[in-house]
Design a protein around this ligand. Structure first.
Ligand SMILES: OC[C@H]1O[C@H](O)[C@H](O)[C@@H]1O
Length: 333
């Protein structure tokens, strides 16, 4: 195995976020399931946007947020995702490159606009996402560069990639190349409703060894194993995958290896503002810890710290240097 050019390469739905504070009534009025991610068409996107108040607009996308967090921590990072060559797509490409991430995916020159997620943040800090996939629909196997995949020590994939029509082929191609090059493959389960749509396929990815590492939050884990019993779900996860990391909000996380479970506490916060990107930034910190061989305990602490930063402001991208934050907390960077 040759030495890796990138610590992590992430593949995901490239989405621009439109975030706004809203009362719970807004969700009821528009028939939204609180805390979830719903796929919407252009007409519904227009209707939701027309009813939204003044918004914060910024680049997002789950795996993209993770890779930006990794670069912010000092990792060598690359991203694969599809935007259109329109104004938002160009802005998106600028932002991710400005964060220090290599981003070479060819933008679509025709077809739907760059995808957007319309995100409502209720007073309890919970986010409810409505995603118009747009150009992200067109990510496919041709966007996977074998040389680039093989040059990453780990590839990180979103469960959300199971939604667009061709992205799962890109996912499987990338996993095959990565494993052929002796690299690791991680998957985030993304969303409990997403798990509900693709439960059998996700379990197959784990049991067949197509993925080596799983990130899930508690509701995704319960959805995966269709049980409300946390311990039983954790046992099943331990059987099904080499390494599982389960986040539990203020209860911290559980790192589930074949031979042991490591419990790591959450980081302290002053005020919960917006949970958008919490899981994404947790994954960034955890993967950074793995890349630095810092051990599961430190990796979990890095994840918890990065998640704590992002939930104390609006938007899913870090607003401070996570590297300096980790240093201030005595964590290895
Ligand atoms: O996990 C949060 C992200 O998921 C969605 O994909 C949004 O773009 C948002 O940035």
């Amino acid at each position: 195995m040759t030495s890796a050019k990138y610590d992590v390469l992430a593949i995901g739905n490239a989405l621009f976020d439109v975030l706004v504070r809203a009362e719970d009534d807004f969700l009821v009025k528009h028939g939204m399931a609180k805390g979830g991610m719903a796929l919407i068409d252009e007409a519904r996107a227009a209707a939701i946007y027309a009813d939204m108040g003044q918004a914060t607009e910024m680049s997002g996308g789950s795996a993209a947020n993770t890779i930006v967090g990794l670069a912010n921590l000092g990792a060598r990072a690359a991203y694969v995702g599809k935007v259109k060559n329109d104004q938002i797509g160009r802005l998106y490409s600028h932002d991710i490159r400005a964060a220090g991430v290599t981003f070479d995916t060819k933008p679509a020159s025709d077809g739907p606009a760059t995808g957007c997620s319309y995100i409502l943040i209720t007073p309890d800090g919970e986010r409810t996402m409505n995603t118009y996939l747009g150009a992200a629909q067109d990510l496919g196997p041709a966007d996977i560069d074998p040389e680039q995949i093989a040059a990453a020590a780990l590839i990180y994939l979103e469960g959300y990639l199971w939604d667009p029509k061709n992205a799962k082929e890109a996912f499987l191609k990338a996993s095959q190349i990565a494993h052929g090059a002796g690299r690791q493959v991680a998957l985030t389960l993304s969303d409990p409703f997403c798990v509900d749509r693709y439960r059998d396929e996700f379990l197959e990815l784990m049991r067949s060894g197509t993925v080596d590492l799983i990130f899930a939050n508690e509701s995704e884990l319960h959805s995966l194993y269709q049980t409300s019993d946390f311990d039983s779900a954790l046992n099943q996860l331990q059987n099904d995958v080499g390494l599982g990391v389960v986040t539990r909000s203020e209860k911290g996380c559980a790192v589930v290896a074949k031979d042991a479970v490591t419990l790591v506490p959450a980081a302290r916060i002053e005020k919960l503002v917006d949970t958008t990107g919490a899981g994404d930034l947790f994954a960034a910190g955890f993967l950074f810890g793995l890349a630095r061989n810092a051990g599961y305990e430190n990796a979990g602490r890095l994840g918890a710290l990065a998640a704590a930063e992002v939930i104390q402001h609006i938007g899913a991208r870090p607003q401070v240097s996570l590297k300096e934050l980790a240093q201030q907390h005595g964590l290895p960077v």
